[in-house]
Design a protein around this ligand. Structure first.
Ligand code: GFB
Length: 315
């Protein structure tokens, strides 16, 4: 187990412009890591195997955080099904294979809580993987993420590569996507409810029934958890990262109304899908490894709202 971090190690953060990758960069920089390498999409196309391989051959990073992915909320997952499957498979396969080929000593792959079966027992234990059918709206994305876990597992089994996987719950934080068609629920609700308040609209239209339950982790907590696992964990089992607490979408909407100061009516559009009924992580494995989330949901949303309010107003 590598417990003494090397602050000069060359670390590649794939997806550093995304919400997760940028949070990992902030976390590493705040800890004093000095040798971080990043590439924009224009500089390196992660879907292109030859480009990825040439990058690893030239740069030879020691550690890799694989935070690059095509992501989105329930609607984007459901509409762009081919892209979610193809792009995520290619990104993972290219990076994991080249990382092994060019001697990366450790890689952390980021998956998702949607890898677990739609009706798996709650809270979701790591052992539930592949025990039942997936939620149809995000099956392509989930299958790509399961493939990523299996790449890490098989490269470990066959080649002895120290590649680990972490499964984050639903995330929010700085750098989130606020496009109402493609975003996840928390940023969508923040934007819709803020806009309704600013415009004095008496009601706001939200998707589904409001009854599904979700767990939300601030991305700064996630980044702390990822760096902790990179430093402390060398196991073959994937590890859930979450808070261990959930609430209904209706309760989330009510919390956001109270933060934003909106007292209009919530109008539920049941022609839109609910998705999986509940997705609560069992976080006992990561807690036993010495990490626990610290940013409470209300405080986290207040922080994010303070950060994004001005961008909504100018949009
Ligand atoms: O975050 P989200 O889009 O995806 O949340 P999932 C969807 C839930 O929020 C559903 C409700 O129950 C929606 O009916 N909802 C209510 C809304 N209003 C809105 C709205 O305005 N926008 C959105 N987006 N939802 C994702 C997967 O599932 O979870 C991803 O699609 C990923 O692949 C992520 O795994 C963690 O939580 O259902």
């Amino acid at each position: 187990m590598s417990t003494v971090p090397d602050f000069h190690a060359k670390i590649y953060i794939a997806g550093h412009r995304g919400m997760v990758g940028s949070a990992i960069v902030r976390r590493l920089e705040s800890l004093g890591y000095t040798n971080l390498i990043t590439r924009t999409r224009q500089e390196l196309d992660l879907i292109n195997q030859a480009e990825v391989d040439a990058f690893f051959e030239t740069e030879k990073p020691a550690l890799v955080y694989l935070a690059a992915a095509k992501v989105g909320g329930i609607h984007a997952n459901n509409i762009y099904r081919a892209q979610f499957l193809y792009e995520n498979l290619m990104i993972e396969a290219n990076i994991i294979h080249s990382a092994w080929k060019h001697g990366v000593t450790k890689l952390l792959f980021l998956g998702s809580s949607c890898i677990y079966p739609k009706l798996a027992p709650q809270p979701l234990q790591e052992e539930s993987l592949l025990t039942g059918p997936l939620e149809p709206t995000n099956e392509p994305y989930a299958i790509a993420k399961i493939a990523g876990i299996k790449l890490c597992e098989t490269y470990r089994d066959q080649y002895g590569a120290n590649f680990i996987s972490a499964m984050p719950t639903n995330l929010y934080g700085p750098g989130d996507n606020y496009d109402l068609e493609t975003s996840h629920v928390l940023p969508a609700l923040l934007r819709k409810i803020h806009t309704a308040k600013m415009n004095g609209t008496p009601s706001v239209s939200l998707w589904g029934t409001g009854s599904p339950k979700r767990e939300f982790l601030h991305v700064d907590d996630l980044a702390e958890g990822c760096v902790h696992l990179m430093d402390q964990y060398d196991g073959s089992d994937w590890v859930n990262l979450g808070t261990g607490e959930d609430l209904s979408i209706r309760e989330l909407a009510e919390m956001i109304c109270s933060i934003v100061g909106y007292d209009g009516v919530l109008d539920w559009d049941t022609s839109k899908p609910d998705g999986t009924p509940r997705k609560l992580m069992d976080v006992s494995r990561v807690n036993a490894l010495g990490w626990t989330a610290s940013i409470g949901l209300r405080a986290g949303i207040e922080r994010v709202y303070a950060e994004v309010q001005s961008t909504f107003e100018s949009a």
